[in-house]
Design a protein. Structure first.
Length: 270
């Protein structure tokens, strides 16, 4: 009887749940692939996706490339493996949850992206699949995946609510690790789509990321404000200066004419 119960438990433990929607099929593939790669200790890259209601079929393009992906969803799908029950913080909390969940078992490099394949802020290249395929994955500790720039300041005494939240969040949860907020603000690629190496994440303790999550979830301010503050500060969290000046060909493989080239990138990988 004990043998039967043990075998039943083992079968249940490693059986991926059955899903019906295309999104959940992607999640199911993610579960199986993640287990396989972790078991063989071959995990070097991961795509972490912050999902709400986007079509995630584009993720299937990476299964054959052996780049596993993990989806954190803010939808009401309770069957999803990584479900964020309190939809507050936008992509910031999804990224932070992944860091905390996998802090002791991070791959060498992680791409943090939104669930959409294209958007107004995805520029040079305009397709996140092209960005990830042409990326020079191990070149820098932190690499933005878009050329669209943003600028913002951190001020306490101001009529601008975003600048005020920027200052308060930095003061309350970032300053202990990063020092005072940037006096002249930041200028960096926008919208929280980037790649970062494990070493840059581990430069801060796990509790640092947990504290940011707790602050955002418990904040009196809307996640439109707190989420954007993280959007403005990810690069500094991971060791970059306030002003990021990378060019597209610093980050992506380009041809002789300066155009991003997936073909050349794939040749280099062979």
């Amino acid at each position: 009887m004990l043998t039967f119960l043990f075998l039943t438990f083992r079968q249940y433990q490693f059986q991926a749940p059955h899903f019906n929607t295309s999104f959940n099929k992607s999640i199911s593939k993610t579960i199986n692939w993640t287990i396989q790669v972790n078991t063989k200790s071959q995990l070097t890259k991961t795509i972490v996706v912050s999902h709400y209601n986007e079509d995630l079929n584009w993720l299937d393009l990476f299964i054959g490339e052996q780049i596993p992906h993990i989806v954190y969803t803010r939808s009401n799908d309770l069957l999803a493996r990584h479900n964020i029950q309190i939809n507050k913080g936008r992509e910031a909390v999804a990224y932070l949850r992944y860091i905390v969940d996998y802090y002791s078992n991070l791959p060498s490099v992680i791409a943090f992206v939104h669930g959409h394949r294209t958007s107004w802020h995805q520029k040079d290249p305009t397709d996140i699949v092209v960005a990830l395929r042409a990326l020079q994955w191990n070149k820098y500790n932190y690499m933005p995946l878009t050329s669209t720039m943003t600028r913002h300041k951190f001020k306490l005494n101001t009529q601008d609510p975003q600048e005020k939240v920027n200052y308060e969040l930095w003061r309350d949860v970032l300053q202990k690790e990063l020092g005072p907020p940037p006096e002249n603000g930041i200028e960096a690629p926008c919208c929280a789509s980037f790649v970062v190496k494990r070493e840059a994440i581990l430069a801060h303790p796990k509790s640092f990321y947990s504290n940011i999550t707790d602050y955002i979830v418990g904040s009196q301010y809307s996640d439109q404000l707190t989420g954007r503050t993280l959007e403005y500060t990810w690069h500094m969290i991971f060791g970059e200066p306030a002003r990021v000046t990378y060019k597209k060909c610093d980050i992506f493989v380009c041809d002789a004419n300066g155009a991003i080239s997936v073909q050349l990138a794939e040749k280099r990988q062979k």
